[in-house]
Design a protein around this ligand. Structure first.
Ligand code: SAM
Length: 286
């Protein structure tokens, strides 16, 4: 999509994102498609979260990372999830209650400053900071990384999941919709460290992390058919694009996309996307 569109001011950007995720929250990971929950479990495994550890989950959403992290640390550990979207925090709290996790909590707070009251976090008190599919949304990821570096104890890990290559087979679907709308929550600013693995590693090293490593995996997401794909898009940040399509253009936009989806369907009618997901883990060694 066009790189000429303006990037909003940071506070405006955060406020808009929080409201976007508030609108996604009721159906996020609830339309019968397993996507974020599987990625959350993988991030906890990549970060080697262990019993008794104190974990901070930034951009916790509905608890895809928080819940497996709380299980991994057990009753002697603790997990604090923070998110700017009150709707998402409500979903995380519901997941915590449903799972009976007495060692986890979710708070409304900005992940970039990672500050909350009462009981603000103290430097050097977390064993792991986890950021599942969230950090590339932050306007100031470098400042956030510096903050996490201070919050981590000696030898603590900072683990991030983020997107790599998109499934090229889906390009015609996005190309078909592009002329009808403008907004995209995934547009990266020119100086974003999430433009390449090298850029992210350089930023983390400059902010004092060591042993920085990234592994790539394939994230396979399967939809029963176009109807479920549409439900899923509206349950994610991807809805932002569709909210920007003018009402009088919506029918044409949907038709253009449906035509492309038809070509992607397997003989059983299902749709599958295979995107690269990256897991970057860095250490906070003194
Ligand atoms: C794609 S969701 C991922 C949620 C969850 N970690 C998961 O793996 O499913 C991104 C989340 O980051 C949150 N987020 C984005 N910017 C944030 C910020 N500055 N502070 C706190 N949360 C933020 C959003 O509200 C949203 O819940």
């Amino acid at each position: 999509m066009s790189g000429t569109l303006r990037h909003p001011a940071p506070d405006e950007h955060k406020e808009a994102l929080a409201r976007l995720f508030d609108r996604s929250a009721p159906t996020y990971e609830k339309v019968g498609v397993s996507h974020f929950d599987a990625l959350g479990r993988q991030l906890v495994a990549e970060a080697r979260v262990r019993e008794g550890e104190r974990v901070l989950d930034v951009g916790c959403g509905t608890g895809a990372v928080l819940v497996p992290a709380a299980r991994a640390v057990g009753p002697s550990g603790s997990v604090t999830g923070i998110d700017l979207s009150a709707g998402m925090v409500e979903r995380s709290r519901a997941a915590i209650a449903e799972e009976g996790l007495g060692n986890a909590r979710a708070l409304v707070a900005d992940a970039e400053t990672a500050h909350w009251e009462p009981g603000p976090p103290v430097d050097g008190t977390f064993d792991a900071v986890l950021a599942g599919i969230s950090m590339f949304f932050f306007p100031h990821p470098r400042a956030a990384a510096a903050r996490y570096r201070r919050l981590l104890a000696d030898g603590g890990r900072f683990a991030i999941s983020w997107w790599g290559r998109q499934d090229e087979r889906w390009n015609p679907v996005f190309a078909a919709s592009a002329p009808y709308g403008g907004a995209s929550s995934h547009r990266l600013p020119p100086d974003s460290p999430f433009r390449s693995v090298e850029d992210l590693h350089a930023m983390l090293s400059e902010e004092g992390f060591s042993s920085v490593d990234t592994v790539e995996r394939t994230c396979v997401t399967r939809f029963r058919g176009p109807h479920q794909w549409w439900q899923w898009v509206w349950s994610t940040a991807g809805r932002q694009f569709w909210e920007s399509v003018p009402e009088d253009a919506m029918a044409d936009a949907v038709k253009a996309v449906e035509a492309e989806l038809a070509g992607l369907r397997a003989p059983d009618g299902s749709l599958t996307s295979r995107n690269t997901v990256r897991f970057t883990v860095a250490e906070a060694a003194r």
